[in-house]
Design a protein around this ligand. Structure first.
Ligand SMILES: Nc1ncnc2c1ncn2[C@@H]1O[C@H](COP(=O)(O)OP(=O)(O)OP(=O)(O)O)[C@@H](O)[C@H]1O
Ligand SMILES: [Mg+2]
Length: 350
């Protein structure tokens, strides 16, 4: 905690295709959007969550802050993917202090990495059932190596990483800020360029979480293999640029094969969730990330699951000043979600 400084910070989402930075001001009455900006990063500068070209990304972070006139140096970032494990476990009821001493031993069996290689965090949710002497705890383990890579990157950009969150928690935070959930289980799905995170919420806590290596880059890569064009050009074609390098039918076919793969993977996760939560029916699915913009995907998911599938609006309950273009905000809303969730955090949060 930085004593005497404003508790306000900048949410910085370091994605594998673009960086997003945003600020939310809290006044007594409401949350106000202060800033939001996005910038692409060099293809390949982040691979499988690992930062392969820190100088290049640090330059892009500086450029993003400058372009959006962001002066604040304290930032909240998040990590995700395979190097982060989030699990709800049941333990014998204990105090916070007792748990602090035993959590490493308890956690060992749930974590597929060497315990000495991870940073552990946890949150006690409460007693499982009244008088059961068992309590539910959310366990978060992240590889130290990965956390350090992200901290080094942010410092290289001249910023101060105050909070290291988890992608799925940031998303949950912005979702709960904007939507009223009444006693229903919700599945949040964030489809980025290279990873997809699935998170099922019940009573405001995450009861199932899975990150999968799939995303919109799969479409770009298939366009490249078919047309032999550059990454940048394939990306533009994917986003609708007219071209004679690929027929509309072939493009449609690529999109359709990739989104069916996504849908199969999501259904697999749902089956695995159903087998352990027979009463926890999901009624609502909320999509975020760039993949949420693919209309055919939303439709496919609705057809195949019969859930209500919505696209997230992270700005729904925020006060938005006139200088922001509403159509721009609408267009980037799904991609801004994690960043906005991070922008809700304060310097002195745990
Ligand atoms: N309308 C669209 N149709 C197809 N793809 C889209 C569309 N809009 C955005 N995308 C794709 O979404 C991806 C970017 O999404 P997002 O910003 O959520 O990813 P990221 O956070 O950078 O990546 P990750 O979280 O996987 O590291 C890009 O691959 C982009 O081409
Ligand atoms: Mg992302």
């Amino acid at each position: 905690m930085i004593v005497g400084k404003s508790p306000h910070l900048v949410g910085l989402d370091i994605g594998s295709s673009s960086l997003k930075a945003g600020e939310i001001m809290v006044t007594k009455k409401r949350l106000t959007l202060k800033n939001f900006g996005m910038i692409s990063i060099a293809p390949g500068a982040i691979e499988e969550g690992s930062i392969t070209d820190p100088e290049n990304i640090a330059d892009s972070i500086r450029e993003l802050f400058k372009a959006n006139n962001i002066k604040e140096k304290n930032v909240a970032i998040s990590i995700g993917g395979y190097s982060v494990i989030v699990k709800q476990i049941e333990l014998q009821t204990a105090t916070e202090k007792q748990l602090q001493e035993t959590i490493h031993l308890e956690a060992e069996q749930y974590i597929p990495f060497d315990i000495s290689e991870v940073n552990l965090d946890y949150q006690i949710l409460g007693e499982t059932e009244v008088g059961s002497n068992q309590m539910s705890v959310i366990l978060v383990a992240a590889k130290k190596e990965m956390i350090n890579e992200y901290i080094d990157l942010v410092q290289l950009a001249g910023l101060n990483p105050c909070i290291i969150d988890v992608d799925a928690f940031a998303l949950q935070n912005i979702f709960e800020t904007n939507y009223d959930i009444i006693d229903e289980n919700v599945m949040l799905i964030d489809i980025g360029a290279n990873k997809t995170s699935l998170n099922i919420l019940k009573d405001h806590s995450s009861i199932f979480m899975r990150d999968v290596s799939m995303g919109c880059d799969q479409i770009t890569q298939q366009i490249i293999s078919l047309t032999d064009c550059s990454f940048t050009e394939a990306e533009q074609i994917k986003l609708g640029k007219r071209t004679d390098k690929i027929s509309p039918d072939d493009l449609k076919q690529i999109v359709s094969s990739v989104i069916s793969e996504w849908s199969i993977e999501i259904k697999r996760a749902l089956d695995s969730y159903d087998s352990t939560n027979p009463d926890g029916q999901i009624k609502r699915v909320i999509l975020s990330g760039g993949g949420a913009n693919i209309k055919e995907f939303r439709q496919l998911l609705m057809d195949e699951t019969s859930f209500e599938v919505e696209i997230i609006n992270p700005f729904k309950k925020l006060h938005i000043a006139k200088r922001f273009d509403p159509s721009y905000l609408e267009q980037i809303a799904p991609q801004a979600s994690i960043c906005m969730g991070l922008a809700l955090r304060r310097v002195d949060d745990k």
